[in-house]
Design a protein around this ligand. Sequence first.
Ligand code: MC0
Ligand code: CO
Length: 133
Amino acid sequence: MFKKIDHVGIAVKNLEEAIKVWEGLGFKVEEVEEVPDQKVKVAVIKVGESRIELLEATSEDSPIAKFIEKRGEGIHHLAIGVENIEEKLKELKEKGYRLIDEEPRIGAGGAKIAFVHPKSVTGVLLELCERKE
Ligand SMILES: C[C@@H](C(=O)O)C(=O)SCCNC(=O)CCNC(=O)[C@H](O)C(C)(C)COP(=O)(O)OP(=O)(O)OC[C@H]1O[C@@H](n2cnc3c(N)ncnc32)[C@H](O)[C@@H]1OP(=O)(O)O
Ligand SMILES: [Co+2]
């Protein structure tokens, strides 16, 4: 059911500056994409079978803006690749996990994504991600 760690999301104040820092480490940004539905701009770094997602808010009311206001820059969410996101959401709902998204939404790279509330997952914002590889 779980395929792999799809990506780790990192909240950053300024994407261009963050890209310089991460590329200085030797990583390579594959693409930069805006995801208006999530009010974010994303820089994707491939690391083996997983990714690092650098996230900048595109509006004041972006979840990333609120997160940085409260906690500063840092790890924001953990995304796990799943075979069938609808099935997983149904299972977690039945088990009483607090779903932020009852239905999947479209995320970076056209993946189907849905979030589970951090209060239900030991303080971790969990993203389920179904991606056509
Ligand atoms: C591009 C796409 C993709 O992969 O394709 C993405 O990733 S988009 C990535 C951006 N989109 C998202 O994050 C969408 C899902 N996120 C949300 O719906 C929101 O950010 C929530 C997670 C519901 C939090 O929003 P809310 O307005 O409730 O903020 P809040 O500060 O009042 O947070 C409520 C409680 O959750 C905690 N909290 C908030 N954000 C957290 C996070 N990222 N990790 C762990 N805990 C977190 C706060 O500390 C607070 O706990 P205390 O009360 O104990 O202080
Ligand atoms: Co993500």
